[in-house]
Design a protein around this ligand. Structure first.
Ligand SMILES: [Mg+2]
Length: 168
């Protein structure tokens, strides 16, 4: 596992399927980061914290954590004949707002480019059947998800994103 702080530290290799987490890996909403989650989960409980999060998502647009480096990364991935998809632990009910918010950040996604499952290893095993790639890259800001994917998927390079803009 590689710990990184920005997209330019991801080593892009030719013909890889690249799977990116969304929240706190690619996009950031006002206030929300791992410290926000920890505080609100511990203070109000997980259900209430989730509803607080949902209110913020429903009433704000996100920003890309570093749009310059993100789009450089996307360009390079395309040059290397890689395909990028997103895998989020969000509930599938949030599909439309998730697509809308990615597109509001000028990220080009087809409706089928975003997958919803909190069991990320299991989902990646399903995702890779949809594409003709034998090697994969996975980026997520949660260690548990990285471990889950490493335990499920072979031929995958994993990166734990601890983005340097997360607390700005
Ligand atoms: Mg995340």
């Amino acid at each position: 596992m590689n710990i990184i702080t920005n997209y330019d530290q991801i080593i892009i290799k030719p013909n890889h399927l690249i799977v990116l987490d969304i929240d706190e890996t690619t996009l950031k909403y006002p206030m929300i980061n791992d410290k926000w989650w920890k505080y609100n989960n511990e203070t109000f409980g997980n259900d209430y914290a989730y509803n607080l999060w949902l209110d913020i998502v429903n009433s704000n647009y996100p920003k890309i954590l570093d749009s310059q480096k993100f789009f450089d990364f996307i360009d390079k991935a395309e040059q290397f004949n890689c395909k990028i998809v997103f895998l989020t632990a969000r509930y599938i009910e949030l599909k439309q707002i998730t697509l809308d918010h990615l597109r509001a950040c000028n990220i080009k996604v087809d409706d089928n480019d975003v997958y919803f499952n909190s069991e990320k290893g299991k989902e990646i095993l399903k995702i890779i059947k949809n594409y003709n790639y034998n090697n994969y890259i996975f980026v997520d800001d949660v260690k548990k998800n990285i471990d889950n994917v490493l335990n499920s998927v072979d031929n995958i390079d994993v990166y734990l994103m601890e983005h340097d803009n997360l607390y700005i």
